[in-house]
Design a protein around this ligand. Structure first.
Ligand SMILES: Cc1cc2nc3c(=O)[nH]c(=O)nc-3n(C[C@H](O)[C@H](O)[C@H](O)COP(=O)(O)O)c2cc1C
Length: 212
């Protein structure tokens, strides 16, 4: 193989770095995320990554509300309230466990998508998709900076108490919490699905021919 053909066959370094970064991003649940969290400059970089998400119509339909340490107690109250709303027989111990989730990662944000009003040409699915891209960019930025990260949802997300705490109106949909911090206890994640599991060629067989 000559040098030119070899160069064409090898993905460029940037592509290899990107593949490694994406592969390195794993969910590290908040209970495994500790101090230190991102400093101010790193936080700005993580947040800035969201801005590169595709965004049909330029709506910026997503936003992130940071829950700083002095506010974690209010979120803990919401988690306990949401539990009691679902199960009024929840024990004090169970309420304590629910509360404890609010104090876990050094950086904790709620991701919210705005489903309206205005610009009805951009449907809900596109707004949520844009939010997902923004969030993934942030997770990759956090990974590149050496932090672990996680998305978490849970039933409290749909509670009235949470909507009130975050001042959500009827157009706002809470999507998930985003947690970032230093990995205290690494754990292997599930195997990644093979592309053949999620890719098909219209009118074709199992073999994919990308550009023919
Ligand atoms: C919107 C969203 C919410 C999630 N919520 C939770 C959650 O509440 N608890 C949890 O253990 N994982 C949650 N996950 C993480 C997935 O379980 C995780 O991404 C999946 O197991 C694949 O692992 P990986 O992220 O390491 O590739 C959530 C993921 C997404 C996209």
């Amino acid at each position: 193989m000559n040098a030119v053909a070899h160069a064409a066959a090898e993905p460029p370094a940037s592509a290899r770095q990107l593949a490694a970064l994406m592969e390195a991003r794993r969910t590290v649940l908040p209970r495994r995320l500790g101090a230190p969290g991102p400093d101010r400059a790193e936080f700005a970089q993580i947040l800035g990554a969201a801005a590169s998400a595709p965004d049909h119509g330029g709506l910026v339909p997503w936003r992130f509300v940071v829950v700083p340490a002095p506010q974690r107690g209010r979120l803990a109250d919401v988690f306990a309230q949401a539990l009691l709303q679902r199960d009024d027989a929840a024990t004090p111990e169970q309420q304590g466990q629910a509360r404890e989730k609010a104090f876990r990662a050094p950086l904790l944000m709620l991701a919210i998508v705005r489903m309206g009003p205005g610009n009805a040409e951009i449907p809900a699915a596109e707004r949520i998709l844009s939010a997902g891209c923004a969030i993934q960019n942030m997770l990759l930025a956090a990974t590149a900076l050496g932090y672990g990260s996680a998305l978490t949802s849970g039933k409290a997300l749909q509670s009235d108490a949470l909507r009130t705490l975050f001042a959500l109106d009827r157009h706002d949909e809470p999507l998930c919490f985003v947690s970032v911090g230093s990995v205290t206890a690494p754990k292997a994640g599930p195997a990644r699905p093979a592309p053949s599991r999620y890719t098909r060629e219209l009118g074709g067989g199992p073999e994919l021919s990308p550009c023919s």
